[in-house]
Design a protein around this ligand. Structure first.
Ligand code: ADP
Ligand code: MG
Ligand code: ZN
Length: 756
């Protein structure tokens, strides 16, 4: 038996010593040298017998959190998982790594099922995967009681919540296992972070004083790019053509588009399949398998495609149509780059998509739901049209703060928009809106206002007499698209307000009126003339790839595919791209060198060392060995999310302007930043001690009390849960300040000596 055995310790008052064997086991079985963030902490708590709720983004390595502890002691880890396909892939992967694991489900019948049960009774497996409906049958529970279960891992635990996106009623019954297996701790894992879902998991599973682990939702290896959508099919094709060895997902809105796009790509010689809920089950499974087994390089899919895809080497996710909300966009792009290697997320954006999505809502019977959906759609479009760092904007949505100035991995940061003095143009635009309202008594949409500026002769303009306005045609010399873009920026900056219905009629806000009347300076940003084209994105965002001998890499991929087919497993079960890339730069030809490759454990050395080393030897006989410096190209450590002690230059600039007597909204307008960013700068300055202000400048004593109460329960490290717990009564900006004051308080507290 491997490892040492530990007593189960409920309540966890005394932490059992961590088996020193975790790190060696990580290398021995999985071939990795280090843990990813929070993995070790979660394992230690689990081994100490505590109930744990782990919320980590996709690709963070949640599986390892129960797989490795299973190897560190006697007994069986029961893994509850919602999908047969997921279980099968995980069991295949574990088996390939030499970990004794199996699964029981309705597809395993008769003698085979009996054989596995006997082996389980004899303690021959460390992990057992099962679906919840199976687990809850009477005979199965009795079996479990005999099989020495020491941990119940509930994967994709959000399935227990009706608030989550994949509700599975069967998950609800899992709490009953508590009675049947008293003293066995639960480890619940999910990538869904909302406080509502999280509370539901803890409650429904009857978690006992669970230890909560919450990771940053930043995905450092993903790059984000948003391009104007012209001819989606052509753009998608060109992007994929430039990446002949990569596989990826293209999300589209409708079943028809999925099929048409897949057909169009296939006609150009790209192996693409479609996936949507309208396909026959057999075809759906076949297409998914083809993708997972690297037979189809691209899957063109609706959002029906996703959960259950653990394929680690998805190198790109393209959204050819506008997603319906940011949450979905984050989930879908999150399927890229689980292996930690660089991956690209591209969104093709057109305003027309938003209009179409909004129109779609007209059919909805529930006005409240329609309103929420419309708001989310606009938020999505604002994100796409925004001129701020995509990563910062995305994390901001989840209440997380991106501390840096430049993330180095989004189109905005890689190709900064240039600042320009927009005062004159903005004056023309604002005054045009003002005149329209003045003359007609009603407001119009953006398109009409732009036509008036351009001096067009449309039916509406003639009917409404808008060709009589003093602003008619004053913008002739500027392209319509530039006017639209200016209008959108003025909306985002709060000078102009768009009505919440889908006509989106525009009116001046009080700030807009003031700017117009007092001719206040307005500084905006714009994309430089030579807008990004797909090929140029490719070069930039792939900079982080581990350089290797691409010829040998291709050779090794072919070998991997052959060996995987012989064994009936997906190629990544044999080796991930990470391992192959390292092989193709180090050219290992001894067991020792081969074992040093990340992802190579003892079992894989035994099973695959020989064919791979042979292929490398053969390659070297015909090709020159290319030199690669040793450690230079290892994946970069994830950028730190915690704000550092010193202020960055952007925050300092905000502070400087603040001291000249400007207000926060004025600074936002001046610097062309969102009000949230300015608030974050000020919050950082509070933490660093550069800004001395009082909490009650930002929230009332009553509000402070409310936040205190919520923070006692939810902590204040992450703001989204807190925001949600407060039912949206307190703004994110206020919460940023609250956190800043608390952090400052901690920093000011005299350091006490550590108790022994
Ligand atoms: P999640 O369930 O959180 O989405 P997975 O458990 O599927 O993530 O793991 C994603 C990928 O990360 C897998 O390919 C896995 O082998 C890899 N991985 C996990 N832990 C480590 C580690 N400590 N070092 C290197 N790779 C790891
Ligand atoms: Mg997982
Ligand atoms: Zn960025």
């Amino acid at each position: 038996m491997v490892g040492c055995s530990l007593p189960n310790q409920r309540d966890g008052a005394i932490l059992a010593p961590v088996p020193a064997s975790l790190a060696p086991l990580l290398k021995q079985y999985f071939g990795y040298d280090s843990f990813r963030p929070l993995q070790r902490e979660i394992m230690e708590m689990t081994l100490a017998g505590r109930d744990v709720l782990a919320i980590l983004p996709t690709g963070a390595g949640k599986s390892l959190c129960f797989q490795l502890p299973a190897l560190a002691r006697d007994g069986l880890t029961l893994v509850v998982s919602p999908l047969i396909a997921l279980m099968k892939d995980q069991v295949d992967s574990l088996t390939a790594s030499g970990v004794p694991a199996t699964l029981l489900n309705s597809s395993i019948q008769g003698a085979e099922s009996q054989r596995r049960r006997t082996a389980l009774a004899q303690g021959e497996y460390k992990l057992l995967y099962a679906a919840p409906e199976r687990v809850m049958t009477e005979g199965f529970i009795q079996d479990l009681q005999r099989w020495n279960v020491n941990l119940i891992a509930v994967d994709e635990a959000h399935c227990i919540s009706e608030w989550g996106h994949d509700f599975r009623p069967e998950y609800r019954q899992l709490a009953q296992l508590r009675e049947h297996l008293p003293g066995v701790p639960f480890l619940a894992l999910t990538a869904t972070a909302t406080a509502q879902v999280r509370g539901d998991i803890a409650q429904q599973l009857h978690l006992h004083q669970p230890e909560l682990f919450l990771a940053s939702f930043n995905r450092p290896n993903l790059s984000y790019t948003i391009l104007p959508k012209h001819q989606a099919t052509r753009q998608v094709y060109e992007f994929i053509r430039e990446r002949p060895n990569d596989s990826g997902i293209v999300y589209v809105q409708s079943r028809n588009s999925a099929e048409n796009l897949a057909a169009a790509l296939a006609a150009e010689g790209i192996k693409a399949v479609a996936y949507h809920a309208g396909l026959q089950p057999a075809e759906r499974v076949a297409n998914q398998e083809a993708f997972i087994r690297d037979e189809a390089r691209v899957v063109c899919a609706t959002i029906a495609f996703g959960m259950g895809i653990d394929k680690p080497d998805v190198r790109f996710v393209i959204h050819a149509d506008l997603p319906k909300n940011l949450e979905g966009y984050y989930q879908e792009t999150g399927r890229a780059g689980r292996d930690g290697l660089p991956a690209e997320c591209v969104l093709l954006f057109s305003r027309g998509d938003l209009v179409r999505n909004l129109k779609f809502l007209d059919g909805m019977t529930d006005p409240k739901a329609a309103e929420i959906a419309a708001r989310q759609m606009r938020q999505m479009a604002d994100f796409a049209e925004g001129s701020e760092c995509r990563r910062a904007a995305l994390l901001d949505y989840f209440g997380e703060q991106w501390p840096g100035d430049n993330c180095g991995g989004c189109d905005v940061c890689l190709q900064p928009h240039e600042a320009w003095d927009a005062t004159t143009q903005a004056q023309k635009f604002l005054s045009c809106l003002f005149r329209i309202k003045q003359r007609s008594g009603f407001s119009t949409g953006l398109k009409h206002a732009v036509e008036v500026l351009a001096g067009a002769s449309t039916e509406k303009i003639r009917n409404w007499g808008h060709d009589q306005l003093s602003t008619y045609g004053i913008g002739k010399d500027t392209p319509r698209e530039a006017w639209s873009s200016l209008g959108r920026q003025l909306i985002r900056r709060g000078y102009v307000v768009a009505s919440p219905d889908h006509y989106q009629t525009l009116s001046l806000s009080s700030a807009g009126l003031a700017a117009l009347m007092q001719r206040l300076p307005i500084l905006l940003t714009r994309v430089p003339r030579q807008a990004a084209v797909p090929t140029s994105i490719g070069k930039v965002s792939r900079a982080g790839t581990i350089p290797c001998d691409e010829g040998l890499f291709a050779e090794l991929r072919t070998l991997r595919k052959r060996l995987a087919d012989e064994r009936g497993v997906p190629p990544y079960v044999v080796f991930g791209d990470l391992s192959l890339r390292h092989m193709a730069r180090r050219y290992p030809c001894t067991d020792e060198a081969f074992l040093a490759i990340p992802g190579v454990g003892n079992q894989k050395l035994t099973d695959y060392g020989q064919p791979f080393m042979q292929a490398i030897g053969t390659w070297l006989a015909g090709h020159e060995r290319r030199p690669f410096p040793h450690d230079e190209a290892l994946p970069k450590p994830a950028p730190k999310m915690k704000s550092e002690g010193a202020l960055n230059s952007s925050a300092l600039e905000t502070l400087r302007i603040l001291h000249t007597g400007k207000t926060a909204p004025e600074i936002a307008a001046l610097r062309n930043l969102s009000s949230g960013t300015v608030a974050q700068h000020l919050a950082m300055a509070i933490v660093s001690g550069d800004l001395k202000v009082e909490p009650h400048d930002f929230y009332s004593p009553e509000e402070a009390q409310l936040i205190d109460q919520a923070a006692a329960e939810h902590g204040f490290e992450r703001l989204a849960p807190l925001h949600e717990a407060l039912g949206g009564q307190i703004t994110y900006d206020q919460l940023h300040f609250y956190r800043a004051f608390r952090q400052r308080e901690q920093a000011d507290r005299p350091q006490r000596p550590l108790s022994p």
